[in-house]
Structure formats: C-alpha cells, structure tokens
Design a protein around this ligand. Sequence first.
Ligand SMILES: Nc1ncnc2c1ncn2[C@@H]1O[C@H](COP(=O)(O)OP(=O)(O)O)[C@@H](O)[C@H]1O
Ligand SMILES: [Mg+2]
Length: 266
Amino acid sequence: MTITIAVAGKGGTGKTTLTALLIQQAIDEKWGSILAIDADPSSNLNQALGLPLDGTVGDIREDALDQVKAGSFPPGMSKQDYLDYQVNQCLVEADGVDLLAMGRPEGPGCYCAANNMLRIIVDRIAGGYDYVFIDNEAGMEHLSRRTTRDVDLLFIVSDPSVRGLTAAKRMKELVHELETTVHRMVLVLNMAPDPLPAELQKAVAETGLELVGVLPRDPLVAEYDAIGRPLAQLPPDSPIRKAVAEIAASQADILRVKAAVGHSEG
Ligand SMILES: Nc1ncnc2c1ncn2[C@@H]1O[C@H](COP(=O)(O)OP(=O)(O)O)[C@@H](O)[C@H]1O
Ligand SMILES: [Mg+2]
C-alpha cells in the first residue's frame, strides 16, 4: 500500500523546503521506496533534493500532441504505450528517491484524452512505491485536477501572518469540495516566532487545523538556496531538520513509521 503525502500552501511559504526535508527524513530513516512528484510547474523540487531533471510530464503531453497534429506520431504504436514509455524515460532514478516532474498543466484546449492516459500512467508508477511525496504549486489546482491518487496526509504550510492563516483555512475548506480524498490535513507554520504572538495563536485556532509543527527561520536554508546547494544536504542537527523530524514523528501513525525524537510509540 502506497502512502501519499502532499504539501500545499500559498506561494513562497516553504512547500518545497518542507517536502525536500521530509523526503530526506524518510531516506535517512529508511521508511521504504520513495517517489517524489513535483507538481509545481516551476519544477524546482529536484534542486532541493540535488537531482537532475531532463523533462516533465507536461513536456511529453505537448510533444505528443504536436506530433499528432503534424501527422508525425510513430505509426503502429498506441498513444497509451507511447506516453507510458516517455513518462518512464523522464522518471529520475536516484539513491533513495525517484522523481517525476509534472511540468506545465494542460492548456485550455481539449486535452482530456491525453491527460486521462497520463493520469493512469502516473498513478500506476506511483503505486509501485511505498511513499509518494507531492510538492504542489500554490493553490489547489493539482489536487483539484486529480492528477494523482488520494492523499493520506496533507500538510498545509503557512507563513506566520493572519492573512496567510486565512488562506490556509480557505484551502482546508476547498479540500472538502475536491474529488481527491484527503484522509488527514494538518498545519505547519514556517519562519514563525517562538512563542507565537496571541493574535497568531487565535488565527491558528480559527483555521480549525491541528498545528503539528513550526519550522524556525534557518539561515542555512537561505544560504544553501542562494548557492544552489541541495537542502537535502542540510546537517541532520540543524534547527529546521530537527523540526521536520519532530513533525514526521508526530504523524508516525499515518506514516506507519516508528515514532522517534522524544515521541512515545503507539
Ligand atoms: N525555514 C526557513 N528559513 C529560511 N529560509 C526559508 C525557510 N523556508 C523557506 N525559506 C526560503 O523561502 C523561499 C521560499 O521557500 P520554498 O520552499 O521554495 O517555498 P514554496 O515552495 O512554497 O514556494 C526560499 O528562497 C527559501 O530559501
Ligand atoms: Mg515550491
């Protein structure tokens, strides 16, 4: 059974940072096989993980549609087989984690057939892993397009502002209207002061989401990002990695991992 973990939130709140560090945590603790899905069209999860990226599922769709239009689609090959082959070609296979980037979402044209085929293909690839981590674009487009399977655990990341938390609350409400089933939704605050000011505590309570962790502002994150060094290489004892370890431990029941870092088992 594949466990699917998704990270969502407004732009720039730290979704990619959290996704990459959760994946590194999973690798370090040997949870199992891992697929990282980059569902943000700006495709930068690979950099945070220190992985190369040659192409995206979006590129494959556009390319196949161009070929069909131009009449140059490989004869004697079914479109499903062709897409299947191409998607597997752009799967990045690395030590401890594989990566698939979704790239650009479909345009306004009638791309349903291609997208349905791609959905089936990505779903089948994902089903071969113990854990799938999805780094979403800002907003809920990807989840609402249902490009992937149901989600066991959704992290909504917010900056420490009342406006940010209002957006997180709206996102939570939207999830209930989606076709995608989300089994558990929790809140993570990024770059928040400790302790939280009373106004923020009130705004957190008003989201109706359980706050499962606060990521500290970590100067190493900015430093690594500035020089293009993968965040996955942050030392395990850095403040942000410790915070991520605690968040993972707090969700041990749904992640089906042994609880560690000070949390009791069971
Ligand atoms: N805890 C943190 N400490 C310091 N810088 C951070 C932290 N979290 C994120 N950043 C910085 O904020 C920016 C946005 O983070 P990112 O994870 O890319 O957000 P998103 O994926 O939500 O757009 C990046 O430049 C990153 O270096
Ligand atoms: Mg991002």
